[in-house]
Design a protein around this ligand. Sequence first.
Ligand code: FE2
Length: 302
Amino acid sequence: MKFLLKLPKEFIRLTFKLYIIQLIFLSIVKNMLTAKQIENFEKNGYLVIEDYINKDQRDALMNRAKELIDDFKPPSSHSVFTTNEQERTSDEYFLSSGDQIRFFFEEKAIDKNGNFTVPKQQSINKIGHAQHALDPVYKQVIKELNFPVIGKQLGIKDPRQLQSMHIFKQPSIGGEVGLHQDSTFLYTTPMSCIGFWVALEDANIENGCLQAITGGHSTPLKKRFKLAADGGTEFEILDDSPWPDQSLDLLEVKAGTLIVLHGQLPHYSAANTSKRSRQAFSLHLVDQNCQYAEDNWLQSSI
Ligand code: FE2
């Protein structure tokens, strides 16, 4: 190390500056989509990018989730997450989670008497919805992943990181997520929601990978999930025509893959009946130039 002391300070400063510029350049290049990728997103309603999140970043998110669950003291009433119609729990704990870090259980993790059927670490369906703004580990990794750069290339003029979720799809009990469009839950006028879903572990047919109707993003928005005038939530039906008569494509991916989802793309994931979990992290962007509905279920002060 002694030789470093002999180098002129100006040289060391310049070398450091060049290193930083190189890092920024590499980060921008990594997030630049090719014309073909943009064309694929517009044609299919989704885009798959392999090796987007590295092992260190995946481990950081999974380890942090484990720590948060260790520190979590389950409340007396258990919130359960499901997108299956009226089964969704719309209690205060869920409705006020837009600017909090909260924990939602797998349906099968709690029996009829309210007792856990599995250890706490295997009981959580998801953590959400504001760790992107509140937790230092999530904040750092999300900053590195820089989804807004991709969002801008796909049409969002002024991206807002609105909602984050760490999704577990626990072994054997990970619940199904019904066919839905993300703009149902994060509605703006005009619609602008784009979802970023990263596989923290391999996702395949056995453990409940994403499935999508390729090209189905031209389907009108079916419904909105919103705050009901008399409290709680409700679905407002916007279009009652059937889903496109087209089978779902399996989006089987390796850990590290990013899937970018158009807000109107119909997608689904089956229950996890395997012995392996299927952890994923997702973050949704909306355009701040579009009007965010005042009666959206998710309201955030951050
Ligand atoms: Fe979704």
